[in-house]
Design a protein. Sequence first.
Lengths: 363, 243
Amino acid sequence: MLVQYIMLRQLNIDEVHAITDSMVSNILLAACSFFISNNMKYYLPRGEKYWYILVVSLMVSFLWMLAQHGILWLIFKEGDSYFSVIRNSWGIRFGAGFLLISSMSMFSLLWYSQQEQKETEQRNTETERLSKEAELFKLRQQLQPHFLFNSLNSISALTSSDPEKARHMIQQLSDFLRGTLRKNEQQWNTLEEELNHLQLYLDIEKVRFGQRLKTEIIYKDEALTLKIPALLLQPIVENAIKFGLYDTIGEVLIKLEATKEVNTLKIVVQNPFDPETSQPVKGTGFGLSSIQRRLFLLFARNGLLSTKKEGQYFITTVVIPQITGTQQPDTSSEKEQMADLISSEINSRIHDKINQTIKRKMK
Amino acid sequence: MKVVIIDDELLARGIVKEYLKSYSEADLIAECSDGFEGIKAIQEYKPDLIFLDIQMPKINGFEMLELIENPPAVIFTTAFDEFAIKAFESNAVDYLLKPFSKERFDKAIQKYLHHADTTTSTQEVVETAAQSPTQQNRVVVKDGNKIKIIPINKIHYLEAADDYVKIITDEGSFLKKRTMNFFEESLSQYHFARVHRSYIANTQLITRIDPYEKEGHLLLLTTGAKIPVSKAGYMKLKEVLGI
C-alpha cells in the first residue's frame, strides 16, 4: 500500500487521491488473496494444477481490476481528472495484481499440498503401527487347543484316580493360562520370567506324557536378565516336543540351552526325530513360521530363527538382539486386571467342577 | 465283548478304562500306546471294539486302520483335530471329544451295541481322513510284518496292480490297497503326474522323454526305470513341466 502511495505521489498526484486509490486497490487485493488461499484449503487441484493456477489468477485479477475501477468511480464520480491516470495505468495495475495473486495462489498450493502430504504420512504410519501391533498380538496369542483339551482330559482322568494330583494340575494349568493372558499385554520379558512360564508348561506336559518326556534346560545366571519377546520360548519348545513325541517312539529328551553372546541372547532347542520318515523341512517349517514372522515384525530382520538337522536331532536356534531401551512402558493396568479376572474365573470354574466331582465320589 | 484301548497318553487310557468298568460284559484285553502296538494287539486278540486316539507317535489312528485287513468297530477319541472331526461328522462312526463325560461315553457304547456293523462307515472315515495335510505327504504301507512310512519325495513312481497300487521307492516296491485315482488326486499338489492310465511318475526324477511307438512316449527316470506315456498323459506331463 505504502509503495503504491509513494509511487502515486511521485507522479504528482494529490494526497487524497493517492491514499484512496492505494487503499482501495490493496484491500481488494488482500481480499482476493484470502479468497484464493481459502479456496485452496478445501479444494486442491490435482493433475493440471499449473493451468488451474494460471486461469484462476487471471480471472481473479480481472475481477479485481473491475472492482477497483467500479469502487474508485463510485468514490470520485465521473469527470475527476484522476480518472485519466487510472485509465493510463491499467496495464501496470493489472500486471502487478496478477503477479501478486498468482504467487499467492502458488504459495497456497504448495503449502496445502505439503500439509496434506504430512497428514497422509502420519495416517499411514499410524495404520502401519496398528496393524503391526494387531498382528503381533495375534501371533503371541496362539494357544494350542490341542494342548488345552488334552490337559483337561488328563485332569478329568486324575479326578477319580488321584484327586490331589488333579487339583495340583489344575493349579499348574491355571498359572500357565494366567501367565499367557498377562504376557499377552507385554512385549518384552526377561529370560528368567520366560523360563518360569516355560516350566509351568513343561510340568503339565510331563503329567500328560509321563516317563516319555524328559527335559534339560541349561543356562548361566548372566543370561537370566537378558530380554526376550514375551511368549516366544514356549511355542518353540512346544513345537520341539510335538515333533519329538510324534516322530519317534520311546523316550524323548528335549534340550534347551540359553547363552549370552555379544549383544545377543542365543537359544538352542534340540529334539530327536526320525530322518528316515520325516519330510525334508521346507524353509523353517513345522509350525515355526509364526515365530519367524514375529521376530521379523519386532526386529525388521530375517534369519534370527534357523533350523538344522544333525543326525537324529532337529535343532532350532533363535538369536535375540539385545537393544538397549527395548523395554516398552508397561501397557495399561486395566488390560492386566482384565486378564487376571478372566483367568481367575476359569480357575474357579475348574475348581467348582472338580469339587463337585470329588463330592459326588464321596457320596 | 473284547475291547482294546489305543492312546499314547496313559491318563487318557485311564479314563476310558474307568468308564468301561460299569460294563461287566466288556473285557479289556489290551492297552496300547501307539499304532504299531495297536496293530499287533488287533491281529492277536481280534477285539470287537477299539477306542482309538488320532494323534499318536509315528502313525496316526487313521493310518493304523488303513493297515488292518478287517478292522473292528471303532470309537475314535480325540482332543482337537479339525480334519478328523470333519471326517467323522459325515459318518455314522462315533467319536468322543476329550475330555468327555460318562454320559457321552455311555451313548457311544449304546450306539455300538445297537449298530454293531460300523465297518463300512469306518472305511469311509479313513478314506476322508487320508486327504488331510499330514497324511498327504506320506504313505504308510505294510511290508510283511513291518510297517513302512514313505515320505512322498522318496517315491519314484506308482503302478496300477489290480486292486492295489504298487509304490516304487528308494527301498524297493510296496503294495497299497488304494485306487490310482486316489493317488492321482492326493499327489497332484506335489510334483507328480499321471502319465498313463496305469502310471503316476515323480516328475523331479525325469531325465529323458523319448518318442515311442505310434503316438506314445517313454519316460526315463534317473533311477533307470522306463515308464510308458500315453497321448493324454503326455499333454498332462507337458503341463506339469511347463513345456
